[in-house]
Design a protein around this ligand. Structure first.
Ligand SMILES: Nc1ncnc2c1ncn2[C@@H]1O[C@H](COP(=O)(O)OP(=O)(O)OP(=O)(O)O)[C@@H](O)[C@H]1O
Length: 249
């Protein structure tokens, strides 16, 4: 899928940890403006794949191309310069700083990488804070926020860097139903108003099915299925992979 619409392309990506082949021969594409899900049972290789795409692990085999440039084996910093920003499962913010200052750090990253003009920083910060529903908490210290707002703050920081692709690592963990619904609304706006691409590693199947354009299903380190949420829900291979696991496909 090497056309102008493809933003990220991984080919034959594998990761060997000593005796264990955690990820094997993974092909993955993310198009511009697309929301892509990466799902699979526990231990399927989701985190490992996520780390391969964001430069936190170097692949044993395979290639990674982002926005037309070869990023195989590149550092996370280099990959973020190329337009891919990620969040972390346990939060990606500085606990003792205010919401606003945390978002400023995201915007400074975007400025350093040429995506946010210096004169645009204030506007980008205000926009990120408003978009993620943090306006009433701009001066709050991050560690004092409730868990749901801390999750939103991690996402606002990533947005303020103005990447082309945001990779979210289990962003909905610990959110209540209202917070999940609000977050999905923000994702739709990021896509429709800002043309952003998103990759979502997430255990909340209902949310994944509701928001993703396309889903990759990993099992034992291999992609066993790719398709729309409806196709995934009715795939025998996927249902078999999830047998014995609590799920809500
Ligand atoms: N740094 C590592 N060293 C050795 N083995 C690892 C390492 N990281 C992951 N693994 C192994 O690789 C396999 C895939 O793990 P990974 O964390 O990628 O799966 P996952 O799909 O994200 O799982 P979960 O849903 O439980 O988070 C597992 O067997 C895991 O134990």
């Amino acid at each position: 899928m090497a056309d102008g619409k493809t933003l990220l392309s991984g080919r034959n990506l594998s990761k060997q940890f000593k005796g264990l082949l955690a990820v094997s021969g993974v092909d993955i594409d993310i198009r511009r403006g697309e929301i892509v899900g990466l799902i699979g049972p526990n231990g399927a290789g989701k985190s490992t794949t996520f780390n391969l795409l964001s430069g936190f692990l170097a692949p044993t085999t395979g290639t990674l191309t982002i926005a037309g440039a070869d990023m195989t084996g590149a550092s996370p910093e280099r990959i973020s310069q190329q337009g891919l920003v990620r969040t972390f499962q346990h939060g990606s913010y500085l606990p003792t700083m205010t919401v606003r200052d945390n978002v400023l750090i995201g915007a400074l990253g975007g400025t350093r990488n040429g995506r946010v003009a210096r004169g645009e920083q204030e506007r980008v910060i205000a926009q990120a804070i408003a978009l993620f529903g943090l306006s009433d908490h701009a001066n709050a210290v991050a560690k004092n926020l409730p868990h749901g707002l801390q999750r939103l703050l991690s996402m606002a920081i990533a947005f303020a860097a103005r990447p082309q692709l945001i990779c979210y690592d289990e962003p909905l963990t610990g959110l209540n139903q209202t917070e999940v619904a609000e977050t999905l609304k923000v994702y739709r706006r990021l896509k429709s108003e800002h043309g952003m691409s998103m990759l979502l590693v997430e255990h909340n199947m209902r949310a994944v099915m509701a928001i993703c354009d396309r889903i990759y299903v990993l099992h034992h380190g291999e992609i066993i299925f790719t398709g729309t949420p409806d196709e995934v829900k009715t795939s025998d291979a996927v249902l078999k992979a999830y047998l014995g696991e609590a799920h809500d496909l």
